[in-house]
Design a protein around this ligand. Sequence first.
Ligand code: ADP
Ligand code: MG
Length: 362
Amino acid sequence: MPTIRLDRLVKRYGSVEVLHGINLEMADNEFTVFVGPSGCGKSTTLRMIAGLEDVSDGEIYVDEKPVSHLEPKDRDLAMVFQDYALYPHMNVARNMSFALRLAKRPAAEIDRKVREVADILGLTDYLRRKPGELSGGQRQRVAMGRALVRDTGIFLLDEPLSNLDAKLRARMRTELAEMRARINKNFIYVTHDQVEAMTLGDRIVVMSEGHIQQQGSPEELFTNPVNQFVAGFIGSPAMNFLDGELAEEAGAIWVKGDGYQLPLPADQSARIGHVATARSVRLGMRPSSASIDAASGAPIDLTVVVAEYLGAQSVLVTRCGGAEVLVEVPSAAGRMHAGETHRFGVRTEEIMVFDRASGLRL
Ligand code: ADP
Ligand code: MG
């Protein structure tokens, strides 16, 4: 499997720089996901790797060979786009074999490849159908099949599921996760959806405004985000942020704000060291870190604004001082009503503090 390395990759459109020096190494046989809000530069990065956009500065290496001067067809990769325009007059088999027929591969090889890939994608029974006779999810699979039949080691996908409705998207996500185990290729997958990123990626690259904010496994990004952006982007419902100040009392460091005060866990206190004067921070607390069992952690009083019943879980929208705080609770614990104030227990080992000015995690 070829490995890809991006070295100080820069993209400018005219005088506007949209990618500011991306460094990235992708390991062998890895599923890498680029995730970030719309406009952060995910597609641009992918299109530069594919050879559809010029490189303004820096270099792309495939197996340590620079490729930025190569035409797309001379790079060892295949790409699936968000709008997977299929040829409407060709049946599934002919859509899938298009590139192979163009490359004048022998008929027996084309037939074998199409059958192999159709089998992986569950399209065997549909090979004679035209795209118009397929569901959205099946059309999406044909678009993938068209890329998979080509003998490339790198497979690029740009928001391939975003044209599907929510239910189908969830199913295709599961199918993709299953499928990738059977396909020996490097994947680079672009999405703005952090749930897709978390469920599919071996490694997630979080981007914002033309910079990589952090890369790591889903667990690393969730438990150890480097800054407030990543902490707020990864995880659903999103992390709560409350303005506060750090203060040292009796050898422990506390984070205090409007309506709360919580002790920092020992490892974080040790990392921060001494707090001589109060320091402006932002407390980060995930909705899953507070429990209705007040005795299970450090106490915090929250006033319920709305209780959103989701089935087994409910999400409480609460207020703490002036801030809104979401809390996830098991619905079996009983309904909570708007206006009630309850004492919750915070697992302080899960809270984080960020510098208020820079957003960096302390
Ligand atoms: P994403 O895929 O993360 O949503 P893009 O990579 O498409 O973002 O875009 C990154 C930035 O580059 C955006 O600010 C976008 O407006 C800009 N951009 C993309 N394509 C062009 C173009 N052809 N000309 C000028 N600016 C562009
Ligand atoms: Mg895009």
